[in-house]
Design a protein. Sequence first.
Lengths: 284, 395
Amino acid sequence: MISVKNLSHSYSNDEKLAVNNISFEVTKGETFGFLGPSGAGKSTTQGILTGLLKQQRGEVIVAGYNTMKVQNERFNKIGVSFEQSNVYSKLTAKENLEFYAKLFDVPTRDPEELIRLVGLEGKEKVRAGEFSKGMKHRLTFARSMINNPELWFLDEPTTGLDPTIAATIKDIIKEQAAQGTTTFLTTHNMYIADELCDRVAFIIDGVIKLIDTPRNLKLQYGQKLIDIEYINNGKVIKETLKTIDDHDRKRIGEIVNNYDIQTMHSKEATLEEIFIQVTGRGLV
Amino acid sequence: MKLLSSYIKEMKIAARGYYFYIEIFFAILLLIILLVAVKENPISKETEFLFYDMPAEMVDAYYSASIAKGDVKAVDDTILEAKAVSFDVTDENTKEVTSYAFGDESYQFKTFEMINTKTGQLTETVYIADSEEAMIHMSYLEKKIGATMSLDANGGILYKYFTQGFETTRLKNLLYILHNESGAALKMTMDNQSVRKLGTIETLNARENMVPVFIVFMGSLMGFFIVMAYIFLDKSEGVIRAFAVTPSSVWKYLLSKTLVIMTTVAISSSVITIPVMGIQPNYLLFYLLLLISTFSFASLGLLIASFFDSISKAFGALYTIMIILMLPAFSYFLPSFDPLWLRFFPTYPLLQSFKEIIMVNTDVGYVLANSGIFLAGGLIVFLLANLRFKKTLTV
Ligand SMILES: Nc1ncnc2c1ncn2[C@@H]1O[C@H](COP(=O)(O)OP(=O)(O)OP(=O)(O)O)[C@@H](O)[C@H]1O
Ligand SMILES: [Mg+2]
């Protein structure tokens, strides 16, 4: 569905690269997570894949179309949900979707059904300008499904939503995946990636550090961790240490021998912790 | 279909925003100003050409007496150049037609100024000709009332008026009554039909003369401004990006905006033009030029908007272009200010073309030629805007 080879992008058209020589493939029906901290180059990559940014270097095939050529009809197969919601504030929720549906050449979904799906029932006739941020975000998300896309781009689909609504959105994404939709999901939320993605790519400073399934990553990097809380000079100190690392094992011994232990338990590594291990940096 | 639904959507948005109503409100306001504050014929200095068919001493005696009273002032003789022209004069009573054919002439006129004794203001300039021909020639060219005064057998004064044909019946009757006691009043009218055939320019009254300026202001300038406002609204909402990931092309998006502006301008311009001009203008030409010129200036607005990401950043460019577009209006109202460079401003030929359209004898060729130029220019600017928008969708 997506094939990216040696893609680079510089906003200033010089050596300062926002995306630096990345390559990856997304197969049909897959949910592919693009993970990285702020400024890593996630939106830049999605911008090039969706044709919003002009491609500079590298080769990109999206839904069978070479993105170097301008072929608008490819958007009949593609749905895009944006990081910042962008709907007409002067139009009602329903009008926004109805108008958008008319721009496609393929059968489209019923606007009212989509509005219900994202939990906005009863708001069909309300102008989007009167919506809260989260409601606008849901409308933008609903709009991206209007043309039954084969390939679905989601930039931070659950950011800023309350947990119940985020769960609804996650269910919709899972449901679409079950129906065979290919999804390119951009996020810096590891739990979302873990829950939804078949494979994830770690990107930082415009470079992809690794690509694998969450399961493999946990097997490979997911050695048991020990969370340990102890008292040193009257202060509670917390450390997380790996059970397979020599240095960490010595450190556990030191702590147990020298300090007053408060709590101590072992756990599985989260994707977030693996990210920190691999890239040496957190996800914020 | 996509263009139509985009257009309908844009009209909905326009109808729910301010700009559409501002434009219509301005049109109504300008119409009221035109109808209430601008008189059809402003009170201005009148001019009269006279020929006295009587001994010079009698004339001198009359003016000397008036000068003594203080309501007439003698000034230097005036020399006026008169172009070659030929026309017919019809006697309104007998329907007898006299044909005149003049060559290029230069005439000398004794000149007097009539003063309003109460206000001290100059009300009228009287030119006294040496011959009846000189009087007829000049009053025809200047479109002023002319008169010959002669003595009848009893020593009373006979008046023979030469009017232009467009004076009201009331004025004509007034002239009869005015001099009824002085015997038979002979009255002649120049045949205006032949005037038109000769290609003499029909003039507009002061109110009508304002219409082209208001049309260009409401059409070109407002179209240019409002389309930018719409684009910046969309940019701030990010909806252009959503449009860019549909199979619909950018030019349809841009054209739908332009069509909304054209609709708005067609309404606002009609609000001004139809009540003031009635059925006189050639409306086919009027709407042709109106839509084409609005398209061109809206395209210019699109192009300029593509270089900025918010209206506040675009203000400098916006003001500069608005002022450039307004400059030719000065020349329109002050014919003495008409430098050659001003003719290259796009609104200059536009003003002249709209003036042509609302006049009786429209120069269709001139208007069509300008429409063609504006259409070609507008298309080029539109294509440039399209290229720019394709490149800058993420802005
Ligand atoms: N329009 C732009 N002009 C210049 N530089 C930009 C532009 N957009 C992004 N960048 C730069 O490119 C780099 C990658 O940005 P990008 O938006 O792709 O990050 P991201 O991974 O999507 O981050 P976030 O999680 O905050 O959305 C950053 O260093 C950013 O400063
Ligand atoms: Mg981003």
